[in-house]
Each structure stands twice: as structure tokens, then as C-alpha cells.
Ligand binder design. Structure first.
Ligand code: NZQ
Ligand code: ZN
Length: 391
């Protein structure tokens, strides 16, 4: 196991109706003038925004609002948020929504206290300071409620890039699984794929002797495999929603990724798809991951066979472990398909002729030096081959 430090200071508040205490927590974490940031309207329609505002009013906390975050959040609204926060002397950002809203909030939080262009952070400048961000989460997916990451798309050239910094970890996050019951089926399924992808990105490692995190990841994957079909069948299944929501947080706050090298090629490969075709990130990952697995399997067949036996219940073929490894990948495809997720470029709106561009930006965008991934370092040609396997 590698050396590591792990500091995850987010205060989590989990369960039914807990959003009614938002004002109390904002006060406890020092917010006096709040920007409430939200998306395209689901929180307005569900009445959540009104409940959150009422709870701030109860505590005498003043606030302003900025809605309109799109999935795959854009830089334009971030600039507007930064301007608003400076003008109104905002000292606390409250994201009410999903990963896109949270990521946009984090970008505004870092940009408000920085003299330069906030995009510098998405080109690699370290983030050392940000306004405090808190979240009321409405979808189990990105894990941004516990992560130090933010992903923003710059309209010019539709470049989707990530930034990371401990200052971006939310100070508190309220997770009420009942709030996710209004999600459309495709969004629930895309969230499941994203959560599982965060686990796979960590599972495929060249670091040896990482049994503890292997086992945590496998446990979370088994949970997702058991619980996801339940919510697809019955969107009001609170208990299944609860298990998925907490798994989503654990999958990405890095408690199961410490002490090991992580891969992250599939996320890089997917980000190019959601940037160009504006598909849901999780839907893109459902198509990318099985293709990536097939392409990289030979790097460590036994690790793939371990996943197949421990998680998918495949029997081990000792004469030919490749057969076992492949059976695990097939099981993943079948599982995603049952959830109604896409498995091909075409289903995502992708075109064969875009592949060279996609592969190039995946490997050279954002200051990358021509490769993506750590489990296997993929070059432009490899990435193009993976896109081609998505059919
Ligand atoms: O915008 P509204 O109207 O709220 O609708 C949203 C949006 O259309 C809707 N929705 C959310 N909660 C709902 C709901 N509809 C009904 N009822 C509810 N309770 O769902 C749609 C998707 O929302 P979004 O916030 O985009 O979803 P998600 O959480 O999957 O976030 C995706 C973004 O996060 C990034 C992705 O790249 C993508 O841009 N990621 C962020 C990460 C991080 N910060 O740590 C890591 C991830 O790997 C990921 O890259
Ligand atoms: Zn993701």
C-alpha cells in the first residue's frame, strides 16, 4: 500500500426531512450572506427550493439566488455567479441540486476569492482558497457532495475540464434519499453508472496488497448491483435510494481510493463525449467502461478475474482466467443494459468521424502530455480504439 493522507472534513447530515435544518447548519458553519445556486428547475417544481429558503429565513440568514445550471455546467454561469458574489458580498455558497450545481458552486467559490480568471484552475493552477460551499443533494451520482473536485465546460470550444483542491470539499452536505425519488429513470440509471465507474477507476490499480480498499470497493459494487434494479423498478423505494445515495458518497470521497494508484482514463475518455454531445456523464461512462475493460484486460487478467468472481459471482476458470475476466465484463454490460443505459457511441449521439478529434483531446487537452490513465497509460491511438469498441 502507498503512503497517503486523508482528510475529509465534510459534515454529513443524512435522512428524511433533514433539508429543513439547512438554515441551522449554514449558521453553524458561519454563513451570513448566502448564494443559493440551483439547476434548471427540478428543485423549484419539487418545492425543495422554497423549503430551503424558509429554513434560512427562520435563522435570519440573508440570501440571493442564482438558478439555471445546466447538466455539464458551463463557464458562463460561473462568471455570472462570481460577479454576483462580489457585488453582494456573499460569504457562503449553498448548492441545491446535483453534481452539476455543486461543481458550478465550487467554481464560483474558488473564483470569487481569486483575482485572475477562474478557468486558470481548470488549466491546472492549484486551488488554495475558496468560499465555503455546502450542498443539499438531489441525485446520487457524481459524489461531488463529498469530493474536492469540480468539472466545468467552457463554451468556447466546449472544453470539459476538472479542477481539484481540498478547499472545495463541502463544509456540510445534506443527503435526503427521498429527494431523489423524483428523478427520471434515465438520470437514476446514469447516476448508478457514475457511482460504479468511480469504484472501477480506483479498483484497477497496479499497487499491490490493497486488500482493505479492494474489499470496500467490492462491497460497494455488490450494493449497487443489488439496489439499483430495485429503484429502477420502484422509484419510491426509499431504502434502496438510501443505500445508493450513501454508496455514491463513499465511492468518491476517496475513502476507498487511498493508498493505491488510480486509473481515471475512462473519465477522461467520457468527458470528451459529454463535452461534444452533451450526454449525461453517467450514460457516457456506461458505454466507455466495458470497452475500456476489454481493451486493458491483458494488463492484469487476474485482477479482472478477481472482480468477476467476487462481484459478479462468475466461477473461476483456472486453466484460462481470461475467460473468467471476460465473463465479468459481459456481466457488467448485461447489468447496464437492464438498467436501460447506452452501450454504444451511436446511442450517445456520437459519430465515427469524430473519433480522431475525441481521442486527441482526451490525450492532449488540459495540459495532458499525450497519455491518459495510470493502470494502463493509453496513447491517442489506444483511446481511438476504445471509442471504436463502443458499438
Ligand atoms: O437541473 P435540474 O432541473 O435540477 O435537473 C437535473 C438535471 O437535468 C436533474 N435532477 C437532479 N436532481 C433531480 C433531478 N430531476 C428530478 N428530480 C431530482 N431530484 O438531473 C439532471 C442531471 O443533473 P446533474 O447535476 O447534471 O447530475 P450529476 O449529479 O450526475 O452531475 C453530473 C456532472 O458532475 C460531473 C460530471 O462530469 C457532470 O458534469 N462530475 C463531477 C464530479 C465531482 N465533482 O466530483 C465527479 C464525477 O466523476 C463527474 O465528472
Ligand atoms: Zn464520474
Amino acid at each position: 500500500m502507498n503512503n497517503f493522507t486523508f482528510y475529509s472534513p465534510t459534515y454529513f447530515v443524512f435522512g428524511k426531512d433533514e433539508e429543513s435544518k439547512t438554515g441551522k447548519y449554514v449558521k453553524r458553519f458561519g454563513g451570513k450572506k448566502v448564494l443559493i445556486h440551483y439547476g434548471g428547475g427540478s428543485v423549484v417544481r419539487s418545492g425543495l427550493l422554497d423549503r430551503v429558503k424558509a429554513s434560512l429565513e427562520e435563522e435570519g440568514i440573508s440570501f440571493i439566488e442564482l438558478g439555471g445550471v445546466k447538466p455539464n455546467p458551463r463557464s458562463g454561469l460561473v462568471y455570472e455567479g462570481i460577479r454576483l458574489c462580489r457585488e453582494e458580498k456573499v460569504d457562503f455558497i449553498l448548492a441545491v441540486g446535483g453534481g452539476s450545481t455543486i461543481d458550478s458552486s465550487k467554481a464560483i467559490a474558488a473564483g470569487t476569492v481569486y483575482d485572475g480568471d477562474f478557468w486558470d484552475f481548470y488549466m491546472g493552477k492549484p486551488i488554495t482558497e475558496a468560499l465555503p460551499v455546502a450542498t443539499v443533494l438531489t441525485i446520487a451520482a457524481a459524489g461531488s457532495e463529498g469530493s474536492p473536485d469540480s468539472v466545468i465546460t467552457k463554451e468556447e470550444g466546449m472544453l470539459k475540464r476538472g479542477a481539484s483542491g481540498e478547499a472545495l470539499r463541502p463544509v456540510f452536505s445534506i443527503l435526503n434519499p427521498a429527494l431523489t425519488q423524483t428523478l427520471p429513470r434515465e438520470q437514476t440509471a446514469a447516476g448508478v453508472a457514475d457511482i460504479m465507474a468511480h469504484l472501477f477507476e480506483r479498483y484497477f490499480t497496479n499497487t499491490k496488497e490493497v486488500e482493505v480498499t479492494d474489499r470496500v470497493i467490492e462491497g460497494l459494487l455488490l450494493t449497487m448491483i443489488q439496489e439499483a434494479p430495485k429503484v429502477i423498478k420502484d422509484p419510491d423505494n426509499y431504502e434502496a435510494r438510501a443505500n445508493i445515495m450513501w454508496a455514491g458518497m463513499m465511492a468518491h470521497n476517496n475513502c476507498c481510493g487511498v493508498g493505491r494508484d488510480q486509473d481515471w482514463a475512462s473519465h477522461g475518455i467520457e468527458h470528451e463525449l459529454s463535452a461534444l454531445y452533451d450526454c449525461a456523464h453517467g450514460a457516457g461512462l456506461a458505454a466507455v467502461f466495458p470497452a475500456w475493460m476489454e481493451y486493458t484486460m491483458k494488463q492484469d487478467v487476474m485482477r479482472f478475474a478477481q472482480l468477476a468472481t467476487r462481484v459478479w459471482g462468475c466461477s473461476m476458470n483456472f486453466q484460462n482466467p481470461e475467460i473468467t475476466a471476460k465473463a465479468g465484463i459481459d456481466a457488467l454490460r448485461v447489468f447496464f443494459k437492464k438498467l436501460g443505459l447506452p452501450l454504444t457511441m451511436a446511442e450517445l449521439g456520437g459519430k465515427e468521424e469524430d473519433i480522431p478529434y475525441l481521442a486527441h483531446t482526451a490525450c492532449y487537452g488540459n495540459g495532458k502530455k499525450g497519455t491518459v490513465g495510470r493502470f494502463v497509460e493509453l496513447k491517442e491511438e489506444d483511446v481511438a480504439n476504445i471509442y471504436r469498441l463502443m458499438r
